[in-house]
Design a protein around this ligand. Structure first.
Ligand SMILES: NCc1[nH]cc(CCC(=O)O)c1CC(=O)O
Length: 322
């Protein structure tokens, strides 16, 4: 590495248990890679302090901006984000230096008494503040011919699971990756297959960011990058951007690799957008060669967005301000 300074590298992180777990993992990897100590610098973001709904305070980007300010001010050397919380527009001054191998991208149900979505009773109350989850859960319930009530909740993972353990809700929906990172996977009642509930674009992946001007550090961090994860999430985020959706909009997307006899043949990109009541969903997928560049991945996302817009997707996104 070009950076000869022997001071510790400063990794900016939010204080939540999930953020600390994610940052801790990356800190260890970077320490191993560079032989330099990595020091965690805790930063409070507006999203951590405010009790307003995410949609009200401008989407999940609120978790990111304080970390980015610290990067730009040179107070920290790099930051780790949940990729699904990153706005689709990348600031020019910041490098998305690495996207490590993705964890399980699926959403999961945590329900009382080991119930599953199919066995939840009529009128079950399911906690989620995400319009994407509401839309798909309500559509699924309609398909099963049952009534559910989606209840908007916020708070960290422990708080959300608490709604079920305290008996206030029948179930909550969370990301598998977040639970596994804080060591609570054992509480999962059901993994929700992407055919029923598509995750948020980038879900389960991390993003490691540093200042564009710190080229040596960017080059070092790049060793943690997983090219397959990068093209997959690039296609998903391109779909989101092309649908002109904010990050709390009801858009789900998942790119996965199709494998034949252990050889990767193609990439499939699935997308969904819907009304939160689940009455109308536009759900489409395209399959093509695995993108060999970010540009090709972006093009795939745009192609799927164009096809979804053809099917009326634009009319379903008026809810993004709700
Ligand atoms: N919006 C909050 C958030 N951001 C990232 C994760 C989980 C980890 C991930 O998806 O990478 C979560 C919690 C959740 O949705 O359950």
């Amino acid at each position: 590495m070009n950076d000869t300074s022997s001071r510790p590298l400063r990794l900016g992180t939010r204080r939540s248990k999930l953020a600390m777990a994610q940052s801790g993992q990356v800190a260890q990897a970077v320490q191993q890679l560079t032989g330099r100590p990595v020091e965690l610098v805790e930063i409070t973001t507006y999203g951590d302090v405010s009790r307003e709904s995410l949609a009200q305070i401008g989407g999940t980007g609120v978790f990111v901006s304080a970390l980015r300010d610290a990067l730009l001010a040179g107070e920290i050397d790099f930051a780790v984000h949940s990729l699904k919380d990153l706005p689709t527009k990348q600031p020019e001054e910041l490098a998305l230096a690495a996207i490590p191998p993705r964890e399980d991208p699926r959403d999961v149900l945590i329900a009382r008494d080991g119930l599953t979505f199919e066995t939840l009773p009529e009128g079950a109350r399911i906690g989620t503040g995400s319009p994407r989850r509401m839309a798909q859960l309500n559509a699924w319930a309609r398909e099963l011919g049952k009534n559910i009530e989606t209840v908007p909740i916020r708070g960290n993972i422990d708080t959300r699971i608490g709604f079920v353990t305290k008996g206030e809700l029948d179930a909550v929906v969370l990301a598998a990756a977040g639970l596994s990172r804080i060591g609570r996977s054992a509480e999962v009642s059901q993994f929700l297959e992407p055919d029923a509930v598509l995750p948020a674009p980038g879900q389960g992946a991390l993003a490691i960011e540093c200042a564009m001007t710190n080229a040596p550090l960017a080059a070092t961090l790049a060793e943690l990058d997983d090219p397959y994860t990068r093209v997959a999430v690039t296609a998903e985020r391109s779909l989101l951007a092309a649908l002109e959706a904010g990050c709390s909009a009801p858009v789900g997307a998942l790119a996965d690799l199709l494998v034949d006899e252990q050889v990767v043949t193609e990439m499939r990109l699935r997308g969904v957008v819907g009304t939160t009541d689940g009455k109308t969903l536009v759900q489409l997928s395209i399959t093509g060669p695995v993108p060999s560049s970010s540009e090709e991945a972006v093009a795939m996302g745009r192609d799927l967005a164009a096809a979804m817009l053809d099917k009326g997707a634009a009319g379903l996104m008026g809810e993004r301000a709700l």
